[in-house]
Design a protein around this ligand. Structure first.
Ligand code: URA
Length: 198
């Protein structure tokens, strides 16, 4: 078994053994190993589990188009998540019908994958880690909110890696004003400049 297969086996074992609360399945990271750029999101949603890949749903479409806008393709980057399982919430309607929705991962669920994600980073050995949203931000920096640090580079002493925090692409869905869009586009341009300088 090679290192990548070992990683996959470990993720499977953790997810299959997780019985604290129902989950909506799990996925692994996607893209080349090693790779110069590693993007880290929060956790997969329904479409990601169905297709077995991170960022292929609605947020993934937004992510892909901004990625292309700075001259990058999915094939040239590695993308993974802070939590490999899909955290779900089961809601019961007044008519008794159950619906399933996504929820943010609990701290304990992020903790489940701490060593695995560190191992993935070690194998990918990226020049830069781009965190998408608050969940990976809190995992890899001392910041609590993306609003205070996006679009700049920080050094993680433990990992000895550069970290570039960005808003999660789904933030565009919640912030439909022009100034947010402009700021988000600008962060991608800053990422492009940063990539050219490292
Ligand atoms: N959002 C994430 O944070 N990760 C995915 O894989 C998909 C959507």
């Amino acid at each position: 078994m090679n290192a990548k297969e070992e990683l996959i086996e470990k993720i499977k074992k953790i997810c299959d053994g997780y019985d604290e609360t129902p989950t909506g399945g799990y996925i692994f990271g996607d893209g080349p190993i090693p790779c110069n750029i590693l993007f880290i999101g929060e956790a997969p949603g329904k479409t990601e589990v169905e297709q077995g890949k991170p960022f292929v749903g609605m947020a993934g479409k937004t992510f892909g188009s901004y990625l292309n806008s700075i001259g990058l393709q999915r094939d040239n980057i590695r993308i993974t998540n802070t939590c490999f399982l899909r955290p779900i919430k089961i809601n019961q309607g007044k008519n008794g019908r159950k619906t399933i929705s996504n929820r943010p991962p609990k701290t304990s669920e992020i903790e489940l994958f701490k060593d695995i994600l560190n191992r993935e980073i070690e194998l990918v050995n990226p020049k830069i880690i781009v965190t998408l949203g608050n969940t990976p931000l809190k995992r890899f920096t001392k910041f609590n909110s993306i609003g205070e640090c996006h679009g700049k580079i920080y050094f993680n002493e433990d990992l000895k890696k550069d970290i570039f925090p960005m808003y999660h692409p789904s933030a565009l869905t919640y912030n439909r004003n022009d100034s947010f869009k402009l700021m988000y586009e600008n962060d991608w341009k800053k990422l492009k400049n940063t990539l050219n300088s490292i």
